[in-house]
Design a binder for this molecule. Structure first.
Ligand code: C2E
Ligand code: MG
Ligand code: MG
Length: 695
């Protein structure tokens, strides 16, 4: 025992004073706080560490009590506590010490009873455990998160064996924790991904320590589901010890997404693909057709007169009819063909892989054929026809846009040919489109360029053969020496919305000219101006007219507006209001082209109208055609009963004139009297006829 002897020797070398100085030094400098407490609870000694962690100076602490320092000991409880501490050796407890700035410091205290020189003390050693507490708290928190997370969490060891899973894992995968522990997460693998996919995933985890992405896994039930998965490698000292996978089930989200996608790409009524999806499918089909050398057929089908059904039987019947039509069309197609509903009463069929144009024609014929049978909808048997246009890839276009556009064009041609027929696209149709586009472009510029003129055609009172007014008719001087008749551009102007400013121009010009003629010649001629559907639908039309009359100085009674029956019947209620407002101003209205629309005198009776103009198609064959005679006679006599003036249009012969005179028709208009004339010529006509007129 040589070592023992030597250490004993060393100890012996210290004097008593030296040794107590050493002890004092050690306690003073010990890393952990040390407190001596007397019976009263006063601190009689504290070491440097105590002062440091509590933030007081040692002098200050020596004037304080244990109750001020230890949060868990109160002054009242101290005597009891003292008694207790006297009896136990090395009493350990957890406590919280109060720092000078009011914080609580978690400590572990070991308290010892010490009796010296007849006095009793407690010597307490305290250890700051705040770090450990914090770590514990964090761990608890993690545990809570782990337990309560909505995300499934899997922890594996470095070999990939599952060491821990949370409840959400079981909820999502269907595997209880006990079933999963020790297994490889491969148990969740679906067959939706290739081995390369997993290889790439693991390569990334190894390289970056992390991977996240969408992945399909399989539940215990066998059902595959999509999840969003993040895998992180956990390292300790640079070496991977664990992997943590966090995932959440996104199948519900996917379902919603799919639903939204479906809604965005399908027509809600028929559940057929919409224009968007059709274009998409067509692009794909074109791609494949290019490779295989096949042709594609595009059929555009528009139901004839569908608007009438909607208007007369209601939208519910219209909707049912569309659904039934969709089912019928689908029924005659092959599975690989697509039928879509781009909108309204139009369907599109995409025929994948046809060999010849004939194949598309054959399908078009079958479609028309299948419409021969009436549809039973809402307890009714309805007969529906369709007009069909066909375009073929690659002959009639190489993109979905062109193919759709050209099939559309062919369909319009079929419609124009009398409906219920099909028509193949031809390149001439394209020329027609180009022509039309040029017309539109020129038309838009025409107003600013001052290319529009107004001609005037006299209106004659049959009795006395007196000019009582004139109709203002617009002309377009598109090029020098070329006057375009209104029927060639009015419908286009109407379609592109140009009719409103154009109509305003005609109104202004006609009113100004008439005011000037009336003033200059001492007349009170009435000018009639044609109003288009759009113009008539403008709410502020009465204000516009009032403003024009005010500015040009034309008496309201010298202006008449002409509207067709079709325009009036489109909305009989607003038409009545509009005509009422005009009548209040003193402006009269007449029905143009009477006999070509609804021809309902019953309705007309309810409107404030001054005159009706019999369409020239009824006048043309008078007096040869007995039915024209009958119609004209009836219209005139009925109007007399309703106190409506009658104007006959298109009177070209003296015979017609005499016949109308015999029926006591009020006025006539036509080439017999004069063609429509430029303003200056019209004024000359007036002067001449004034000279001719019987005195
Ligand atoms: P509308 O209002 O029925 O005008 C009468 C049309 O018949 C005029 O054709 C006129 O030239 C023509 N006409 C007159 N007498 C005879 C005749 O004896 N024999 C034949 N065969 N035709 C005759 P126009 O000027 O070509 O106008 C055609 C249509 O264009 C007008 O039919 C009217 O609906 C529309 N229109 C003309 N000017 C305007 C306008 O300023 N605004 C609107 N919205 N439409 C207009
Ligand atoms: Mg007219
Ligand atoms: Mg007319």
């Amino acid at each position: 025992m040589e070592d023992d002897t030597r250490s004993h020797d060393c100890e012996l070398r210290l004097t008593e004073d030296q040794f107590s100085a050493f002890l004092r030094f050690s306690v003073d400098r010990a890393a952990e706080p040390v407190y001596w407490i007397d019976r009263r609870g006063c601190l009689v000694y504290v070491n440097e560490s105590a002062g440091r962690i509590l933030g007081w100076s040692r002098e200050e602490l020596l004037g304080m009590t244990v109750f001020q320092v230890d949060h868990t000991i109160s002054e009242e409880a101290w005597p009891e506590r003292w008694k207790h501490l006297r009896t136990v050796e090395n009493h350990r407890y957890e406590s919280r010490h109060v720092t000078r700035d009011g914080r609580f410091l978690p400590v572990e205290v070991s308290a010892n009873f010490l009796s010296v020189g007849g006095e009793e003390f407690i010597v307490a050693f305290a250890r700051d455990v705040s770090e450990r507490k914090l770590a514990e708290q964090r761990l608890k928190l993690f545990e809570k998160v782990f337990e309560n997370a909505l995300e499934g969490i899997t922890v594996t060891d470095k070999r990939g064996d599952i060491v821990s899973v949370n409840p959400a894992f079981s909820l999502i995968t269907g595997y209880e924790a006990a079933e999963a522990l020790g297994k490889n997460p491969r148990i969740l693998k679906s067959d939706r991904h290739t081995p390369e996919f997993y290889k790439a995933m693991w390569a990334e985890i190894v390289k970056n320590g992390q991977w996240s992405g969408e992945i399909w896994n399989r539940r215990k039930s066998g059902e595959a589901y999509p999840e969003w998965l993040s895998i992180s490698a956990i390292k300790d000292g640079g070496r991977i010890t664990h992997y943590v996978a966090v995932f959440h089930d996104i199948s519900e989200m996917k379902r919603k997404e799919d639903r939204i996608l479906h809604q965005a790409s399908h027509d809600a009524l028929t559940n057929l693909p919409n224009r968007l999806l059709l274009a998409d499918l067509m692009e794909k089909a074109i791609f494949h057709a290019k490779r295989s050398g096949h042709k594609l057929g595009v059929i555009c089908l528009d139901l004839d007169n569908f608007k009438n059904i909607n208007d007369s039987l209601g939208h519910a019947v219209g909707d049912d009819l569309l659904k039934a039509a969709a089912v019928r069309i689908r029924g005659i197609l092959r599975a690989e063909d697509t039928v879509a509903r781009p909108g309204g009463d139009e369907f599109m069929v995409l025929l994948g892989e046809i060999v010849h144009e004939r194949d598309a024609v054959h399908v078009a014929e079958k479609i028309l054929e299948c419409f021969r049978r009436p549809f039973s909808v809402g307890g009714r048997e309805l007969v529906l026809t369709a007009s069909v246009g066909i375009s073929v890839f690659p002959d009639d276009g190489e993109t979905s846009d062109t193919l759709i556009k050209n099939a559309d064009l062919a369909m319009y041609r079929a419609k124009a040919q009398g409906k219920n027929v099909y028509h193949l696209f031809t390149s001439q149709m394209n020329e027609a489109v180009t022509k039309r586009l040029n017309l539109e472009a020129d038309l838009r510029r025409a107003l600013d360029r001052g290319e529009f003129l107004v001609h005037y055609q006299p209106r004659l009172a049959l009795l006395g053969a007196r000019t009582v007014g004139m109709e203002a008719l617009v002309r377009w001087r598109r090029e020098p020496g070329l006057l375009v008749p209104p029927m060639e551009f009015i419908p286009v102007a109407e379609e592109i919305g140009l009719i409103v400013p154009l109509g305003r121009f005609v109104l202004e010009t006609a009113c100004a000219r008439t005011a000037a003629i009336n003033a200059g010649m001492g007349l009170s001629l009435k000018v009639s101006v044609n109003l288009s559907a759009r113009q008539f639908a403008e709410k502020d039309l009465p204000e516009t007219i009032a403003e024009i009359l005010g500015r040009t100085g034309l008496a309201p009674a010298c202006l008449e507006v002409e509207v067709t029956e079709t325009v009036l019947m489109q909305n009989i209620v607003t038409a009545a209001t509009m005509l009422g407002e005009l009548a209040e101003m003193g402006v009269t209205a007449s029905i143009d082209d009477f006999g070509t629309g609804y021809s309902s005198l019953y309705y007309l009776k309810k409107l404030p109208l001054a005159a009706i103009k019999i369409d020239r198609s009824f006048i043309r064959d008078i007096p040869r055609d007995p039915s024209d005679i009958a119609i004209t006679t009836t219209i005139i006599s009925m109007c007399q009963g309703l106190s409506l003036a009658v104007v006959a249009e298109g009177v070209e012969t003296q015979e017609q004139f005499n016949f109308l005179l015999g029926l006591r028709c009020d006025e006539c208009q036509g080439y017999l009297i004069s063609r429509p004339l430029p303003a200056t010529e019209f004024e000359r006509f007036l002067r001449q006829s004034a000279g001719d007129a019987p005195a």
